[in-house]
Write a protein that binds this ligand. Sequence first.
Ligand code: 5GP
Ligand code: MN
Length: 343
Amino acid sequence: MENIVRQIYDQIQKAHQIAMLVHTHPDGDCLGSALALAHILEKTGKKVRVISPDAIPGYLQWMPDIDKVLIFEQTPRQAAEWLEKSDMIILIDHNTPKRTGEQLAKIVEKYIGKKTFALIDHHLQPDPRIDLQISDPDKASTAELIFDFLQQTGLWDRYADREAATLIYTGIMTDTGSFRFGKTSAGTHHTAAELIAKGAPNEYIHVQVYDTYSYDKMQLLAHALRHMKIIPECGASYMVLDRKTLEKFHYRPGDTEGIVNYGISLKGIAFTTLITQLPDNDSIKLSFRSKGDFDVNEFARKYFNGGGHKNAAGGRSAASLDDTVKKLEKAIRENCHKIIAHA
Ligand code: 5GP
Ligand code: MN
């Protein structure tokens, strides 16, 4: 067993109650990872809850154990009480408590230095305030790190079941774009094979995640594609979904998932952005994707107070929608030659 795996497992064994945190706008990887670990730790007799800052998107509501997730936005007191009573807090698929949103982060950060903290994640630049870190940016998904952790601790051999396999498979499938993104490795496929052998219904999972669009969600995608802006001389594209459009198509959390990837599917385009003016939020969300070595983690940090991975990142803007679009266009121009080199 790796040393860090042993240290985290020791702390888990000592803990009576554990809180596992996922990031805002939770996705298949953070939820699949956290729920799988929670599912197996519950089998060992631990009291564990997964806490999400905000709502579960529709395309993930079928996941095993999803009803057990405490949603801070909906039941803040319950979530805060669980944290207060926990002796260990584990951050899953995010690199700092700040990624849990302003209000939840404020509560979580109070406990740094007072409770045991661990992080299992594959984003760059993990928060140095967290002592116990399994952080591997070369992994395509956090779910693979969870699988490795379970395997190294022997928990997988003892407690693996169809639910845990389904959860981990969902994390890997969603974060690798169905096994096609760059960091998908032989190891990723070996893990997927083991998960299917343990009962993960791979076709069913794929259908639940990708083939359950509402008519409104499909129309929202169509709108985004029809209005896509291209800056061919820079190898860049972007799409904007303003509040009115989201309301027109009865936006629900998860409806914008995957749209950004179409912006990078064009020949000659190496960088794309989806700007979303969420109805229930003052700030504007930006999603970035790139091909090759154009680093969107750096781009998101520099211009939009965000971060992520080299080829997939996100950020925020407190400016108006118009000003955000102008700022993006200016940033694209500044990086024009760097982007076009990878187009
Ligand atoms: P998405 O565009 O799918 O929301 O996010 C892409 C990647 O960037 C994910 O790995 C996500 O964790 C990260 N990310 C998204 N939004 C933010 C943000 O506001 N701040 C940081 N640091 N990372 C983000
Ligand atoms: Mn992830």
